[in-house]
Design a protein around this ligand. Structure first.
Ligand code: FRU
Length: 492
């Protein structure tokens, strides 16, 4: 009988060759066919960058999770590899959930993932059991570890729930393997557990690295933990978040905690908390340390809330963000597009010191596959503009707007006219820091807009479905603004 993995690979072989490039983003990862969610196993293996992802090849909706697989050398071109994991063993029979990867000293690649197994209760409800499992491979084919699971209910601290115990992120440090795993603690909210292992196969509980205490959402999914410029960063994606002013948004949100790591107690002490991405579509981010030392993050560029909103008849659903370089400035996380994207910039169009009042378009400034930076200063030294607007993906009917309002120092992105025929969240407002000039960098691909404000102080990602024929770009101001524009097409 054909194995589940073979079935998935045969399906890929059959359908992936018929993909229409005009349906796919140019430089953002999708599954090609089927559904994807969280990035998994984003790591260096034998000198190349591997990315796995939550994957259901057979439909454009979430199903029993497999792991899809791609690799890259430049974070822009991704080579598709065969499906890596299928839910074919007892502990993962209802899904190979999120996890991570690292290279073993003997040159094999170690994957650690959550095995999800459902049981039906007498009253008909389904309850899941989540355990941590391993698979070992050569960068293409993986064999599940015979002693799976390696972490289960008995490894949890008192009161830890085996129903919500998932998304291990592995790394090797100081001669040991470590993993952070999300868990729902006795107080019903999230905690991040730290586990350790000498050889990568036998694991034991080490500490509770950080706890939510019902303060930032509930269950903390998809943790990642790493050192960055002398600080320690914990990234996690909380469920059931409530907003705090303009920070965070309700539902599945993103959280960055920057702090100090107490290596004796194996505990993270918080200095700062912040939203990772202010857009509508960003979740479950994961990082790797690049060969040159950069910390690079990728995320699922989609929201769970709108994962049923399908617009065009596309063979795939879900895409990854453009990878971002992370740094710290003034104690805060800074995100900028991976610098490799700059090698794919073509046809530079630039303007300096253009006065904007009424809606204006500038010769040569248009396009839908673009990397564009707009720098905005007040046009009148005695009076600040009341707002400045940048309109993209525009035609007679459609437009996506980025508006700066200095009065309360916010940016509003509005995608209400960006191709969605659904009554969904289309507008996000977020705070920025007042400066003499405002810098907006936007990167657009076929179905997305990623915005970086003031050299990465804020980032905001949005899925849009505006047809690419809507490629006008205009500027306007209430009052007067002076702008510089540098626009490139991205050709990959
Ligand atoms: C987050 C998540 C993870 C889980 C996976 C299942 O988006 O819920 O916690 O491992 O998706 O697909």
């Amino acid at each position: 009988m054909k194995t589940k993995l073979q079935k998935a690979r045969d399906f890929e072989n059959k359908y992936l060759k018929h993909l229409n490039p005009a349906d796919q983003p140019r430089f953002h990862v999708t599954g090609g066919v089927g559904w994807i969610n969280d990035p998994n196993g984003f790591s260096v293996y034998k000198g190349e960058y591997h990315l796995f992802f939550q994957y259901y090849p057979y439909d454009t909706k979430w199903g029993t999770m497999h792991w899809g697989h791609v690799k890259t050398n430049d974070f822009v071109h991704w080579e598709r590899l065969p499906c890596a994991l299928a839910p074919d063993e007892y502990p993962d029979k209802d899904g190979c959930f999120s996890g991570s990867a690292t290279e073993l000293p003997d040159g094999r690649q170690l994957l650690m993932y959550t095995g999800n197994r459902n049981t039906r209760r007498k009253n008909g409800s389904v309850v899941s059991t989540q355990t941590q499992c391993l698979a070992v491979g050569d960068g293409i084919d993986y064999v599940k570890y015979e002693h799976n699971p390696v972490l289960d209910a008995k490894d949890l601290p008192e009161g830890g729930s085996p129903i919500d115990f998932r998304d291990p992120k592995l790394w090797f440090e100081d001669g040991k393997f470590w993993a952070v795993v999300g868990n729902r603690a006795a107080d019903k909210s999230g905690s991040i557990l730290l586990f350790e292992s000498e050889n990568g196969f036998e694991w034991r509980f080490a500490s509770v690295l950080a706890s939510c205490h019902n303060q930032f959402g509930k269950m903390w999914e998809c943790p990642d933990f790493f050192e960055l410029e002398g600080k320690h960063v914990l990234l996690t994606s909380p469920q059931d978040m409530t907003s705090m002013g303009l920070e965070f948004h309700p539902g599945n949100s993103t959280l960055c905690i920057i702090g100090r790591y107490d290596r004796e107690k194996l505990h993270l002490m918080r200095d700062n908390t912040q939203t990772v991405d202010y857009g509508t579509d960003f979740y479950a981010m994961q990082t790797l340390k690049a060969k040159d030392g950069r910390r690079i993050m990728i995320a699922w560029m989609q929201s769970w809330e709108t994962s049923g909103c399908k617009v065009q008849k596309l063979p795939f659903f879900g895409q990854m963000s453009l990878p971002r370089e992370l740094t710290i400035r003034d104690g805060k996380l800074i995100q900028n597009p991976v610098r490799e994207i700059e090698s794919f910039r073509k046809t530079k169009v630039s303007y300096k010191g253009v006065m904007i009042t009424d809606e204006t378009n500038l010769q040569g400034v248009s396009g839908r596959f673009i990397d564009m930076t707009v720098t905005v200063r007040p046009g009148n030294s005695r009076q600040m503009y009341r707002y400045f607007k940048l309109n993209v993906a525009k035609d007679g009917e459609r437009v996506t707007t980025i508006r700066h309002k200095p009065e309360n120092n916010t940016i509003r992105v509005d995608r209400s006219r960006s191709g969605f025929p659904h009554d969904i969240v289309n507008v996000r407002d977020f705070p920025i820091t007042a400066k003499d000039e405002l810098k907006l960098r936007i990167i657009m691909d076929r179905y997305s807009l990623e915005l970086f404000v003031n050299d990465g102080e804020q980032a905001a990602s949005f899925v849009i479905y505006t047809p690419v024929t809507a490629d006008s770009i205009t500027f306007s101001a209430d009052g007067a603004a002076i702008i510089d524009v540098e626009k490139y097409d991205i050709e990959v």
